[in-house]
Ligand binder design. Structure first.
Ligand code: SAM
Length: 281
């Protein structure tokens, strides 16, 4: 097993992370080095890791150093130590997202959600996912939901646990669809997952609630191409650097009459809750 680490200046860290997540969607270890630089690391067998030229292109001039090391038999322990349960709270509700090897916190009044972090993006730990989950916790379930770019399925599964039904989830990667099906089964909820390419597949699947943790270009594509049925009543849009939030709110507002109801931020990231405006059909 190889550990591939990219070291960047703290000021560049969030932007580099956004690019690296495209290359390593199943998760990136992050730690601050004693000198203040940030190190992002991925683990994989030789041949499974992103290629160095790809990383250099993705991170632009921000990389200070790339370090590869062979990790031995306890790499899975390191991996497990990195994936800790995440508690998300909002509006008097709490959701605990945990890997399968961590026990459920039976005594606590919280929704228990198990996600296997090995397969696809979405352990609940990344700010873009957390922000979506926070906004989702505040909504009263009212019908069907679709999770666009589902990764591990964490958002759709959370919606199903909160009472949204039926829940559909799409992703262009087969691994994400497989992970969503497996994670939904582990959580004993129904999520109908399928492959769909939001860039090339035409209008996006729609439902009264649309969850979309995608990066800016894809969100703008969805706003432009539109939905394959009635516009959503509610939409959570995430994967945005804070300075991009206005552009996304404007795109969905002008094309679909979806207006900003709420915005939450964490670090450099923001997520939007958009709602259909009755005066703007
Ligand atoms: C930032 S991850 C979000 C994963 C999960 N929904 C979460 O919130 O943690 C974005 C997801 O969008 C998917 N994606 C990227 N481009 C896509 C496309 N053109 N069509 C469909 N899905 C896409 C990726 O495979 C990835 O799973």
């Amino acid at each position: 097993m190889i550990r591939l680490a990219v070291r960047v200046a703290a000021a560049d860290a969030e932007l580099v992370l956004a690019e690296l997540l495209e290359l390593a969607p199943s998760g990136i270890e992050e730690r601050e080095l004693p000198d203040g630089r940030i190190e992002y690391a991925v683990y994989g067998a030789p041949g499974e890791l992103p290629a160095l030229p790809e990383i250099e292109v993705a991170a632009g001039g921000a990389i200070v150093e790339i370090v590869t090391s062979v990790v031995d038999d306890d790499w899975d322990q390191q991996w497990k130590a990195f994936h800790r349960p995440v508690l998300i709270e909002n509006a008097g509700r709490a959701l605990r997202v945990r890997p399968p090897w961590e026990a459920a916190d039976d005594g606590a009044e919280q929704i228990d959600l198990v996600v296997d972090p090995g397969q696809a993006f979405g352990t609940g730990a990344h700010a873009t996912t957390r922000l979506c989950l926070e906004l989702l916790l505040a909504l009263e379930p009212s019908g069907a939901c679709v999770d666009l770019g589902c990764g591990s399925g964490v958002l759709g599964i959370a919606a199903a646990k909160l009472g949204w039904a039926p829940v559909m989830a799409v992703d262009h990667e087969a691994e994400s669809v497989d992970a969503t099906i497996a994670n939904a089964a582990a959580n004993r909820v129904g999520v109908d997952a399928a492959r769909f390419d939001l860039r090339r597949g035409g209008p996006a699947p729609t439902a009264p609630l649309v969850l979309a943790n995608l990066l800016l270009p894809l969100l703008l594509d969805v706003a432009k191409v539109g939905f394959d049925g009635p516009r959503p009543q509610l939409m959570i849009a995430s994967g945005l650097l804070s300075e991009q939030a206005e552009q996304v709110a404007e795109a969905f507002g002008s094309a679909h009459g979806l207006r900003e109801l709420d915005r939450r931020s964490r670090g450099e990231w923001s997520a939007l809750l958009l709602a259909a405006s009755p005066s703007d059909p």
